[in-house]
Design a protein around this ligand. Sequence first.
Ligand SMILES: C[S@@+](CC[C@H](N)C(=O)[O-])C[C@H]1O[C@@H](n2cnc3c(N)ncnc32)[C@H](O)[C@@H]1O
Length: 308
Amino acid sequence: MKIFEQFSHGSLDRVGQPLTDAMYRQRPKWTVASISEYDAAFFSGLVMAVKPRKIVEVGVASGWGSVMLLKALEAAGVEDHHYIGVDIAERFFYDANYATGQAVGEVVPSLASRYHLLTGRSIAEVAPELGGGIDFAFIDAHHMHPWATLDLLSLLPFLVPGTWVAMHDLNLCRKEDQEHRNRGPKYLFDAWDDDRAHSVQVPTMAGAIRIGAKPEDHLPLLLDVLYTPWELPVEERFLAPLVAMLTKHYGDEWGAKFQHATEVGNYLSNKMHSRDIDALTADISRLRNSASVKIGGFISRFSQRFGR
Ligand SMILES: C[S@@+](CC[C@H](N)C(=O)[O-])C[C@H]1O[C@@H](n2cnc3c(N)ncnc32)[C@H](O)[C@@H]1O
């Protein structure tokens, strides 16, 4: 396990703090469900430190996170970048009155020309179109396992060695209202065996993992994380392009291994104990009991009356 090798604890947060202080005063009220000031300081500091040129954000929502990272790129003097935001939803998931990514045009219109938004598809579906050379990724889409791992796998063939991959909501599952669900980013971050860093918040929500010199060397660990029981099933339309891409880039053997892992993950999550199913089972048994009590009562009244 490696942690804080390249960056010391707190150093990135300090770098990003002044930008965060300035920007959060301008934050539109509607951009809810986004990164907090703690997260923004850490992520901005990381972007300012590594100065990436091809950035992919998976899960854009209002676009407030994109605003912060675009401002961090500007503050670091990176002008010739490509920033690509990918989101399955065309409209802001929290309030459909706003478009996905709308905060960018609203808050930083001068930076919007370098911002490219792809909506309506998952990262596995669009990754081949993005091509190689991605040197920074920010994964902040579906938080239930296995999504964060699927998102990273989708990007892996296109990541430059040494790329930092930022991840949000690392410990969302520790919040009471989440009922210990949304464990996807946590499983991935906790398992990572190359360099990692996270924000100073306790428990932290913002972290990043670094891709090693040979991105494909992470495949065994990612396969293992994928075998951690899934919190929800994943539709074949998302899995098929991912497995096809892994087969294309890493060969038939890896393709077959990931295909099997996704089959096991879906099979077990479909069989798993679910509170919704428990509630339905309880309803059915209550109805059955009340029906048999009524029928039983009717039979005993009938027997008393007619002596049978
Ligand atoms: C927590 S929000 C992202 C917040 C954003 N990164 C920010 O900092 O403001 C999660 C977003 O992920 C999107 N999403 C959920 N599942 C997805 C998937 N499989 N692929 C792409 N986007 C997804 C949702 O539509 C939602 O907009």
